[in-house]
Design a protein around this ligand. Structure first.
Ligand code: SAH
Length: 233
């Protein structure tokens, strides 16, 4: 996706970006490309592909919720998708990026420093461990391409404030949205919306699944990773 098409497609999402933001994305791309060998960040390195499959794709979360100055936590952010991109495009957001891999966190720190971003911090932890002691603190929690939906709900929901939102960004996940009633009940959430669309140009399918938190989460969640993986809630 070239620069013109990127700007045009963002306009369709009602997102206008200025030259400074475009320059920040260009610099982010250069860092991603140059540091990729060192940090093993992404299999996508071609510039037009990064702009489409990482940058544009990250911004599509705006289809679910307007972004202004909320606190937003991105679980399993990897090289910063969607969290870092959202910080660049919606600078008033207060962002927390979490990833279990230390070298990815080093890369994220480097980008934050080079782009001089404020109100954004990086935490090197497993989400289910971080969620033990950081409960009900974010307006929005997101995760793109990190784990099965049920695992994500168990890690992510404890972090969300009451009435806040959890948003999973995935490819085609119709098979993951079945039999989740138990999760809705025990985690005290309700399904909000499922939005399916195709990425421009290459047309691959994307799904945004959102949930609203109705009540505080019981302290027994999240369980340990072994249980999350092996036993249903
Ligand atoms: N969201 C990014 C990265 C996806 S790869 C993107 O869409 O490109 C998945 C990432 O999640 C990896 O960087 C991995 O280290 C991280 N991850 C997986 N399980 C995790 C967990 N339980 N807690 C924190 N990070 C996790």
């Amino acid at each position: 996706m070239n620069r013109e098409k990127f700007i045009e497609e963002l306009k369709k999402l009602n997102v206008n970006i200025d030259n400074r933001q475009l320059e920040q994305l260009e610099k982010y791309y250069e860092l991603l490309e140059s540091e990729n060998k060192l940090y093993n960040l992404t299999s996508i390195t071609n510039k037009e592909e990064v702009f489409l499959k990482h940058f544009y794709d990250s911004i599509t979360i705006i289809k679910v919720v307007p972004l202004t100055n909320q606190s937003l936590c991105d679980l399993g952010t990897g090289a910063g998708f969607p969290g870092m991109v959202l910080k660049i495009i919606f600078p008033e957001l207060k962002i927390t990026l979490i990833d279990a891999t230390l070298k990815k966190c080093h890369f994220l720190e480097k980008v934050i420093c080079e782009l001089n971003l404020k109100d954004i911090n990086v935490i090197n932890a497993r989400a289910e461990e971080y969620a033990q002691n950081n409960r009900e603190i974010f307006d929005i929690v997101t995760a793109r391409a990190v784990a099965p939906l049920k695992h994500l709900l168990e890690y992510g929901i404890p972090l969300v404030k009451k009435n806040g939102m959890f948003i999973a960004m995935k490819g085609n996940i119709s098979n993951e949205i079945v039999n989740i009633d138990n999760y809705l009940q025990k985690l005290k959430i309700k399904e909000n919306e499922i939005i399916t669309f195709n990425l421009p140009i290459e047309n691959s399918i994307r799904t945004l699944v959102s949930f609203v938190k109705l009540e505080k989460t019981d302290k027994k969640y999240p369980r340990r990773y072994k249980d999350i993986k092996n036993k249903e809630l």
